[in-house]
Design a protein around this ligand. Structure first.
Ligand code: FES
Length: 179
């Protein structure tokens, strides 16, 4: 140990034991101007406004497969044929849900004979007429439901999601390039 570093070592030890260090006696940690150069980047983004379909493409009781908010998130756009919770459109009967089961991500399908989304893995069922309510099964959460809007031409847009899509920490992440 050189004479200089030995002197600093004893100086630092005296500060710690005595509890009375001068401001310049301790190493300056975490005060580099480098930190000032990094801007904080938001990890999540607003939901995109995405056209899903036109009213004329829907048939009562048939789920229309789409994706939202990105291509790795399958959803189902559905016209139930009767006024329903959170339904939009002239008959307030159009809804959309994530197609990933909230238990372990099974791919759900809508069956008009039961009026429910069914999971092929462990047989959970969700009711689209009641906001995606879990009816039966091992899942503990209801299905995430999309917020929908319809314009004057009858085009249906997704503008958000209530609930967390299975397997995600957040529904809309900033791209890795933006971090
Ligand atoms: S993954 Fe759907 S019930 Fe288990």
């Amino acid at each position: 140990m050189s004479e200089l570093s030995r002197r600093n070592f004893f100086k630092l030890g005296a500060c710690v034991v005595g509890g009375a260090c001068a401001g310049n006696a301790l190493p300056q940690i975490g005060q580099s101007s480098e930190a000032e150069g990094h801007a904080t980047v938001a990890m999540t983004l607003p939901y995109p406004r995405t056209r899903l379909a036109n009213l004329q493409e829907l048939s009562v009781g048939k789920g229309l497969p789409r994706t939202y908010p990105d291509t790795s998130s399958p959803i189902s756009l559905l016209k139930l044929g009767r006024r329903t919770v959170n339904g939009v459109g002239p008959d307030q009967d159009i809804v959309a849900f994530s197609r990933y089961c909230t238990h372990m991500g099974g791919a759900l399908t809508y069956r008009s004979e039961t009026g429910a989304y069914h999971c092929p893995l462990h047989y959970a069922m969700f009711d689209p007429a009641k906001g995606g309510l879990l009816v039966i099964g091992q899942a503990t959460d209801n299905l995430p439901q999309l917020d929908l809007e319809i314009d004057a031409q009858g085009d249906i847009y997704a503008v958000g999601i209530k609930g967390l899509i299975y397997g995600r920490q957040t529904n809309v992440l900033a791209s890795p390039d933006a971090r």
